[in-house]
Write a protein that binds this ligand. Structure first.
Ligand code: ADP
Ligand code: MG
Length: 444
């Protein structure tokens, strides 16, 4: 593979692993300069970029390079004088067609990110309800609203849905949606150009501030300070603020100290990885949006393989559609598997087959029997242990767990978990065996 091709693949992988805004801002402008003696030289627009990538994305890039080339390569960031790299210190957000904030540019809200297209399940119900409530009662309930959850679980969708809904009911609303990363760049520029006052004014004149990915503020004191004061000013003026983050406020140390007193009137909600049912519903909805006929079987198949990230779930579908239309191959499990294969990391920590294999080995029960219907005592106990571990180690929903055992009912799964809990508390030997199996699963 030539180096350009390698870099294109690396970027494809990174696109799935870092948030889209960060990707656009920091990774899209890079290109490979040279690949010699186990070192990849990456051309970047300026030194600030080189520093930034070095500190924030080096590991991600190294992992992606390894996935593509199978080798551990050194990475060097270069600012080649004679090489044209798209300069992109100023992020190039799509300038909104909507009213701009005090004449400044703002990010356009995606029209697809609405409450109507947001599939609700146990994993995200609270966040969804809180977001809807906030959109309908700007500045009156839960201010600020703080939504947190892992990558690709719908935070950006939800925060933008608030913006879309609020704009529909109040067309003149002064709102701004921005990723914290971009706010940070803007602040740096304001400092450089001595326009800090304008920067302040721009944000303080808002009715609704939607600040995405504030975990970005970890370690960035100047921006935290700015946001803290802006937030206070907004809240005092009765404006609504919504934050999203990949972690709860208590894990953003300095932010928490300052905000904690103010969070009293607010609400912190989390989004958990979606359960099987929600994943299937999301796939079916996406297929419909793409005018693609997707059977529930195949949706289930994909949803069972891609569990922890909705962005990857959607990417799998897009690939399936592309592969089907390009090759004419029928849409079946085989094609679905081919579409998914490169998208999911092989070290996915949430792998139910790992539980099944460990339990099968421990109890000396063949895997098909474990997953089957045999009621012999040993097999039944092993199966119950596997269900218990899927719940406790992998955090799968009862329904998801049932699926791995030939579609067993969630009450059967619940009964199994209760039984193992009971056995563990009565029998310390048994408890330590379970402990051992779960360690093996985790350390794999
Ligand atoms: P995050 O900001 O948490 O990383 P995003 O909001 O970007 O995640 O979501 C990733 C993708 O998954 C988006 O295309 C989004 O529309 C979709 N998505 C996430 N959650 C849902 C949901 N509950 N229903 C429908 N689509 C969803
Ligand atoms: Mg996001």
């Amino acid at each position: 593979m030539n180096s350009e091709r390698v870099w294109a693949e690396v970027l494809e992988l990174l696109k799935l692993r870092v948030n889209p805004q960060a990707f656009q801002t920091w990774l899209a402008p890079t290109r490979v300069f040279n690949m010699v003696n186990g070192t990849v030289q990456v051309a970047v627009p300026n030194n600030f970029f080189a520093d930034w990538l070095q500190h924030h994305y080096r590991n991600e890039i190294a992992n992606a390079l390894k996935a593509v080339t199978g080798r551990d390569l050194q990475i060097e960031f270069l600012v080649p004088a004679d090489v044209k790299v798209r300069p992109a210190v100023t992020p190039q957000p799509t300038v909104s067609a909507q009213p701009t904030v005090n004449g400044a540019s703002q990010f356009k809200l995606k029209s697809r990110y609405t409450f109507e297209t947001f599939i609700v399940g146990e994993s995200n119900r609270l966040a969804w309800a809180a977001a809807r409530n906030v959109a309908q009662n700007l500045g009156k309930v839960f201010n600020p609203l703080f939504i947190y959850g892992g990558v690709g679980l719908g935070k950006t969708h939800l925060i933008q849905a608030i913006g879309n809904a609020a704009l529909t009911s109040h067309p003149g609303l002064r709102l701004c949606y921005t990723p914290a990363e971009v706010l940070f760049l803007e602040l740096i520029q304001a400092i450089e150009k001595n326009t800090r006052l304008e920067f302040k004014e721009k944000y303080r004149g808002l009715d609704l501030l939607l600040l995405d990915d504030v975990h970005y503020l970890v370690g960035k004191e100047s921006l935290q300070e700015e946001i803290f004061y802006t937030f206070n000013a907004l809240q005092d003026a009765g404006s609504q603020v919504v934050f999203t983050s990949d972690r709860p406020p208590k894990d953003i140390p300095t932010l928490q100290e300052r905000l904690i007193s103010r969070l009293g009137s607010g609400l912190v909600v989390d989004i958990q990885p979606p359960e099987l049912e929600t994943r299937v519903a999301i796939l079916l909805q996406r297929a419909k949006q793409e005018n693609f006929e997707l059977s529930e079987d195949i949706a289930c198949y994909i949803a069972n393989r891609v569990r922890s990230n909705i962005r990857t779930l959607e990417a799998s579908l897009v690939r399936l559609i592309a592969m089907h239309s390009l090759t004419g191959r029928p849409v079946n499990a085989e094609l679905a598997e081919a579409a998914i294969k490169d998208l999911i990391q092989h070290d996915d920590p949430l792998d139910p087959t790992r539980v099944i294999n460990q339990v099968a080995e421990h109890f000396q029960v063949p895997v098909p029997e474990l997953k089957g219907t045999s009621r012999t005592k040993r097999v039944a106990l092993a199966r119950q242990v596997a269900m218990y571990l899927m719940r406790n180690v992998l955090n799968l929903s009862l329904k998801d767990i049932g699926f791995h055992f030939g579609g067993k009912d969630h009450t059967t799964v619940m009964h199994a978990i209760e039984k193992i809990n009971g056995l563990k508390s009565r029998d310390p030997m048994f408890a330590s065996q379970i402990e051992r199996i779960s360690r093996l699963i985790n350390n794999h």
